[in-house]
Design a protein around this ligand. Structure first.
Ligand code: GAR
Length: 197
């Protein structure tokens, strides 16, 4: 009998380029599969990207993503779908502590800066790149880290750097950061997922 694959749930809120890089990486993988995608927005680019690959999409509205929420709807979905690991890929909502605790050590995030720099409340997407450029940083990069109840604070698994060029714009920096993310995030998730099989 075939061994059970490690089943991943991707949580995303926006364009979903990381989500797609991950799905594409595991499309024919013998030990890891993307089971589903969860989104906290009714409309987002990530739906089209997931549908193209036949990944089931679940919209879960904002009531679930509040401090004090039991997270039960998400936890039931994860249990019913046999999800082993959660991967945040541009997911911009608060994650209830019950979910973080249930998946402790098995929930990771990617952040578009070299944490602990440019992390915390309000620091996401283009806000990060704007702040990096405004502060005339010479380098920026990406951080893949464990998720804890404290925002952008979990143990760092991997970082990669890129230069911030003299004529950099938030858009040009975002493009290079995305390239780094797509290159490394699927590979790191694979290393983590292989620990389960
Ligand atoms: C990515 O750059 C990711 O690092 C960032 O949002 C972008 C999502 O892009 N995440 C955060 O800022 C989390 N604090 P995508 O939707 O194309 O994957």
């Amino acid at each position: 009998m075939e061994n059970k694959k490690c089943r991943i749930a991707i949580f995303a809120s926006g364009e979903g380029s990381n989500a797609e890089a991950i799905v594409s990486h595991f499309a024919n993988h013998n030990a890891i599969e993307v089971a589903l995608m969860v989104c906290n927005k009714e409309k987002a680019g990530v739906y089209t990207r997931m549908e193209k690959w036949g990944i089931p999409c679940h919209y879960i509205d904002k009531k679930e993503w509040q401090p004090g929420s039991t997270g039960q709807q998400v936890l039931d979905l994860m249990r019913n779908e046999g999800v082993d690991r959660i991967v945040l890929a541009g997911f911009l909502a608060y994650i209830p502590e019950t979910i973080v605790h249930t998946y402790e050590g098995r929930i990771v995030n990617i952040h578009p800066s070299l944490l602990p720099k440019y992390g915390g409340k309000g620091m996401w997407g283009h806000h990060v790149h704007e702040a990096v450029i405004a502060n005339r940083e010479a380098v920026s990069g990406i951080t893949i880290h464990h998720v804890t109840e404290k925002l952008d604070d979990g143990g760092i698994i991997f970082q990669a750097q890129c230069q911030v060029l003299p004529d950099e714009t938030p858009e040009s920096l975002a493009t290079r950061i995305h390239q780094l993310e797509h290159e490394h995030y699927p590979r790191i998730i694979e290393q983590l997922g292989m620990m389960d099989v």
